[in-house]
Design a binder for this molecule. Structure first.
Ligand code: HEM
Length: 121
């Protein structure tokens, strides 16, 4: 796994930072519009579940979650790397960010899943 991570070219992360930024521009607009403006008040549990019973919305939420976590954590790693930490420390920081990011993504997906089944929550 360490070798796999080392072999990923920095250019890949450079591109991914921009690709996730584009996903965020569109995704955050749709997210804010649908969930904060277009939805009729009051926002109820049933209205949220109604939306999440459609697989397209679950897919949208999962992609947005992965994009924002990748973008924020890779961005944070870039900021920290600008301060030239010792290689050993940089490695610990990278693995900590990968670990925490993966936990947040898994937790987010697990929190969404019950909504995808009628009467699942
Ligand atoms: C529409 C939303 C967003 C757009 C268009 C966007 C765009 C970008 C772009 C193009 C970069 C690369 C900058 C560079 O390498 O010079 C970047 C870096 C970064 N972004 Fe975003 N971003 C967005 C949202 C977010 C969000 C929501 C977060 C955090 C939760 C975030 C955190 C960061 C961080 C920490 C960096 C690294 C900054 C650096 O390298 O100096 N961004 N963003």
């Amino acid at each position: 796994m360490g070798k796999l991570i080392r072999n990923i070219s920095p250019a890949f992360h450079w591109y991914m930072q921009r690709i996730t930024a584009m996903i965020l521009v569109v995704g955050l607009f749709v997210h804010f519009w649908v969930l904060h403006f277009a939805i009729e008040r009051p926002v109820t549990f049933e209205k949220v579940q109604d939306r999440l019973l459609s697989p397209g919305w679950v897919f949208f939420d999962v992609i947005l979650l992965i994009a924002v976590i990748y973008h924020a954590f890779n961005g944070l790693y870039n900021v920290i790397s600008d301060y030239n930490p010792r290689p050993a420390l940089q490695k610990i920081i990278a693995w900590t960010l990968i670990f925490v990011g993966a936990i947040i993504v898994i937790y987010g997906i697990l929190a969404l899943l019950p909504f995808t089944r009628q009467g699942g929550v």
